[in-house]
Write a protein that binds this ligand. Structure first.
Ligand code: GAL
Length: 378
């Protein structure tokens, strides 16, 4: 199956399982988390779903996760409402947003935790009131009901493998030093990305400097890269592992302002528009594309199932598996496969999947790239 077909297949199956769930009615009564009060919710009457996202600096959350989740809910539970809050990276703010939602009487919380450990108290509070919790993208502690994300260790593997392939293509494999800029230490995914990248890179490249980056801050990443340049020397840096696209932007700015003209391979994640544009112009080597549509659809289906006392059963393409949270609780999970994107497959992934249009990517500054020239010719 071509990449393109695989994507359509995946999305179609996701939608089908959502449709099945809706057809099944899901009109049950749920008794919640044992020690809490009894919560009643039905698809027929509808209920409120609380969606808590962690930040708005990374474009995915406002541009994709929120609208796609709202669309998925509208599809499978037309009488449901989504109550949405973004924590802007602030742990205390997320806590009070969750408390307000619980007071408001939501039927279920869908929680993308700023801090997975701190979020444990939100989960406990919700469970105490019989409100189920779906962990979205990041696995909050406290024994959530379901978890949907990508295989985050695989994300790190894919980044590490691409970095090595990029160094081989540049003829610098085995030479110089690699700088690693990891994500936020409070984000459990960042630890998985880092571990997955180390699995591939250790023993294959020399790691000259490595940093964890609070808040996934691109500015901080830029400062860390400046430090690495000072200690290693710009010409000695043969590759940069950046855990996401936002930070890759900071890394590239630091290298350019140090006078580096031929940039080493640099990784990223999230297929942000700016990341894709840097890939087609050659500044960034790769990004990781996470198809957020199935993630949002599965989260919506899990949320509706949990609130109505049904079981979410997974689909053939995205079956249920198990994850273990930071406290050792086992959580039924769906982990979607991430996809590496380089200049070679931008068209077969983010464009054919409708994540971005050629018009969005090919702004004036990128008109001279091969992709945009070809698009202009056809
Ligand atoms: C992670 C998430 C990534 C990315 C990152 C910040 O938790 O899985 O997709 O958004 O935060 O870039």
């Amino acid at each position: 199956m071509s990449n393109r077909n695989k994507f359509f297949h995946r999305v179609a199956v996701g939608a089908a399982s959502v449709a099945l769930l809706a057809a099944a009615g899901c009109g049950a009564t749920t008794t919640g988390g044992g020690d809490g009060e009894t919560a009643t919710a039905s698809v027929e009457e509808g209920f409120t779903i609380g969606l808590l996202l962690p930040e708005s600096k990374t474009t995915r959350y406002e541009k994709f996760d929120r609208p796609l989740f709202e669309e998925a809910v509208a599809e499978i539970c037309p009488n449901c409402e989504v109550s949405y809050q973004n924590a802007d990276q602030d742990v205390a703010k997320q806590q009070s947003q969750a408390e307000a939602m619980l007071t408001q009487g939501v039927g279920v919380l869908v929680l993308d935790a700023v801090d997975a450990e701190a979020a444990g108290s939100i989960v406990q509070q919700a469970k105490g009131q019989g409100v189920p919790v779906v962990a979205y993208d990041r696995l909050a502690q406290g024994g959530v009901d379901y978890y949907v994300s990508f295989d985050n260790k695989t994300v790190g593997n894919v980044q590490g493998e691409a970095l090595i392939a990029g160094m081989e293509a540049a003829g610098t494999a085995g030479e110089g030093e690699v700088v690693m800029i990891n994500g936020s230490p409070t984000d459990p995914n960042a630890a998985d990305f880092k571990a997955g990248a180390h699995e591939i890179l250790d023993g294959q490249v020399e790691i000259g400097a490595e940093y964890d980056t609070a808040d996934w801050s691109p500015d901080r990443a830029q400062q860390q890269m400046e430090q690495a340049i000072t200690s290693i020397g710009a010409e000695e840096i043969s590759g940069v592992y950046s855990a996401n696209d936002g930070m890759a932007g900071g890394v590239i700015a630091a290298l350019k302002s140090a006078g580096v003209e031929e940039l080493p391979p640099i990784t990223g994640q999230d297929a942000e528009l700016a990341g894709i544009q840097r890939i087609i112009s050659g500044d960034q080597y790769m990004t990781v594309y996470k198809a957020i549509q199935p993630e949002a659809e599965i989260a919506a289906a899990m949320a509706v199932a949990a609130a109505t006392g049904e079981e979410y059963e997974g689909s053939a393409d995205n079956p249920l598996t198990e994850s273990t949270d930071g406290e050792g609780n086992t959580v039924p999970s769906v982990l979607i496969e991430p996809v590496a994107v380089t200049a070679e497959n931008v068209e077969d992934t983010v464009i054919s999947d409708g994540f971005y249009s050629i018009e969005e990517i090919c702004t004036d500054a990128y008109a001279d790239t091969d992709l945009c020239k070809e698009a202009g010719d056809s």
